[in-house]
Write a new protein. Structure first.
Length: 220
């Protein structure tokens, strides 16, 4: 009798829990720096800004990592969290848009430290094609599909204008991209198999100013 396709339990994990995992991972660095071998959920909660009950609930989705009355082994939990987030291996990235934002992303050293390597950059400006920035060559956008395939790039970052973002996304997907981080202020239409996360910096600032405005009015 053929085996039934049983969905992975990780697919049912709430998005807010997944969003908190990187915060936990960054918190571990503080304990490692202080040579602390074991930490409690209360300590992890304090440094990550999340209540202890939520920390325990989040981690429980992925297994039993700690011991009651003892806590969590920092190195073990750090390793497991990196594995859960897929950071136990390097990820190849293709960046489209070598303007001010794209250039800043190319120069950001945090990607490499986290295991993300920008393998290629692309731009529509002929004067930029052929340049190298931080050791990354800039190609023309017509080469997106070919270069993505050749370099086996899995993640795309779009820092192109909104008017070009959809075409860029289609070229990335055609090249074999499986996930896109979109900085363009627009929604992308891609196959369901491709993961898209949008980052709209202006919207984030507007979110902050909304609460600042409320706070200012309440103080009057």
């Amino acid at each position: 009798m053929p085996k039934k396709n049983v969905p992975s339990p990780r697919k049912n994990i709430p998005d807010p829990t997944i969003a908190r995992l990187p915060r936990y991972l960054r918190s571990f660095a503080e304990f490692v720096h202080n040579h602390q071998a074991v930490l409690s959920s209360k300590e992890l909660a304090a440094i990550s800004g999340i209540n202890p009950a939520q920390v325990r609930k989040d981690l429980a989705y992925f297994g039993q990592f700690g011991q009651r009355g003892i806590g969590y082994d920092v190195k073990t939990l750090d390793g497991k969290m990196r594995e859960i987030l897929g950071l136990h291996k390097a990820w190849r990235i293709g960046l489209v848009g070598a303007g001010n934002l794209g250039t800043a992303l190319l120069q950001y050293g945090g990607f490499a430290k986290a295991g993300f390597k920008i393998e290629a950059a692309f731009d529509v400006d002929p004067s930029k094609v052929g340049w190298e920035l931080e050791g990354v060559r800039i190609w023309g956008t017509p080469a997106i599909r070919q270069v993505v395939r050749e370099k086996k790039i899995e993640i795309g970052i779009t820092a192109a204008p909104a008017s070009q973002a959809q075409r860029v996304a289609e070229d990335l997907v055609d090249g074999g991209i499986r996930a896109i981080l979109n900085f363009a202020p627009c929604a992308l239409s891609v196959p369901k198999s491709v993961i898209v996360r949008g980052v709209d910096l202006a919207s984030e600032l507007e979110h902050l100013t909304y609460f600042l405005e409320i706070s200012s009015k309440s103080e009057k």
